[in-house]
Design a protein around this ligand. Structure first.
Ligand code: HEM
Length: 214
């Protein structure tokens, strides 16, 4: 397989900042459309949905980084932290839109929703689990927590599954889009289970030249 050209090291930091800017652009654009009356139907719902979908997209891409490296030798590990944090920011904005624009900060209504509507309970569980991951997505925490950091960050698989389930349960008819996320999540979580034997086989069969451990 042809080697994928690597970005020169001097552009790494700039490319990460570019990713943050590009990653937050859909939220800014959606907000601008909503504020100028250009979102169709119920603009609050539209904006809430846009944020939820982007949260899920960033979760998928975050989880795809390791399989991409294992399978095609594309090493984008340097973008994983930014992608995971973008997922967190989107979930936070999705939650705040629901709290402020949808429920007008009516805390008892929000608590009742969390308790009584299973899709909201699951979404909330995903959000709560994302908080420690976001707080420890920094070099200091990685050093301080050591192997516990890796264990803690495995929660991302549970969060991704909760996000896809929350999406499927939020719609009346589970169509192509929610199914796509469910299938992607199942594939990405399954990859975790087979990647160690796969990588061992790859190294053994001489295909490990482009394989680096993170
Ligand atoms: C990991 C966390 C979460 C993810 C990935 C996520 C993602 C999504 C997605 C993809 C949708 C459907 C969008 C569409 O129909 O086009 C959605 C809908 C929704 N989510 Fe979330 N969500 C999360 C957490 C939460 C939380 C914490 C809350 C509030 C407590 C929440 C409340 C809602 C509501 C109210 C809807 C709209 C349901 C409707 O159509 O009325 N979500 N979410």
């Amino acid at each position: 397989m042809a080697a994928i050209p690597a970005l020169p090291r001097k552009y790494h930091a700039a490319s990460i900042w570019l990713l943050y800017v590009a990653g937050l652009a859909p939220a800014a654009y959606g907000f601008w459309l909503g504020a100028t009356g250009r979102l169709p139907g119920n603009p609050v719902k539209e904006f809430e949905h846009l944020l939820g979908l982007w949260a899920l997209r960033f979760l998928v891409v975050t989880l795809a980084i390791t399989p991409l490296r294992d399978l095609v030798g594309l090493n984008w590990i340097r973008y994983r932290r930014a992608l995971g944090l973008l997922a967190f920011w989107y979930v936070l904005m999705h939650f705040l839109t629901y709290m402020v624009l949808d429920q007008y900060l009516n805390f008892s209504a929000v608590l009742a929703d969390i308790a009584k509507r299973p899709f909201i309970t699951i979404g909330m569980a995903g959000f709560v689990m994302l908080i420690p991951l976001a707080l420890t997505s920094n070099t200091w925490s990685i050093r301080r927590l050591g192997p516990r950091w890796t264990k803690l960050h495995r929660l991302v698989y549970v969060i991704a599954a909760a996000g896809a389930l929350h999406f499927a349960m939020s719609v009346k008819v589970v169509g192509l889009e929610p199914w796509t996320y469910i299938v992607l999540m199942v594939l990405l979580v399954s990859w975790r289970l087979v990647r160690t034997p796969f990588n061992r086989w790859k190294r053994g069969s001489g295909g490990g030249a482009q394989f680096n451990r993170a």
